[in-house]
Design a protein around this ligand. Structure first.
Ligand SMILES: [Zn+2]
Length: 124
């Protein structure tokens, strides 16, 4: 717990709030789409259901986007628990605080993010 800082605590709050919003969005989308499970699923179960959802409704951009963002938020919360939050997953450098403030779920530093976007642009 040596890496926990006030900004990490703030980020965790933001991420948890975002996580709840995204889950609500997805639950709503799943409900209107095909009257999915009435029982609230456990987080991991819900994620599987949601993943299947995404394949069935590829055209639903909102759902697809929410799913992707939820995965990023989940990963960021996991990094907070593991004490690796704020460290670039690619090069291991510290991610700039300003970037974390703008994008609390950021997994990569600005340089690596730019690099990965260039690679993605090339790939498609
Ligand atoms: Zn990096």
């Amino acid at each position: 717990m040596t890496t926990a800082s006030p900004s990490t605590a703030t980020a965790e709050q933001l991420l948890r709030r975002r996580q709840a919003e995204l889950r609500a969005t997805l639950q709503e989308a799943a409900g209107t789409a095909l009257h999915a499970a009435d029982e609230p699923a456990a987080p991991s179960d819900f994620k599987e259901v949601a993943d299947d959802e995404a394949q069935d409704t590829v055209s639903d951009a909102t759902t697809a986007h929410a799913l992707r963002e939820l995965a990023e938020v989940d990963a960021a919360l996991l990094r907070i628990r593991e004490g690796s939050y704020g460290v670039c997953a690619e090069c291991g450098d510290a991610i700039a605080p300003a970037r974390l403030q703008a994008v609390p779920a950021a997994a990569l530093c600005t340089a690596c993010q730019g690099e990965s976007e260039r690679r993605a642009a090339h790939a498609s």
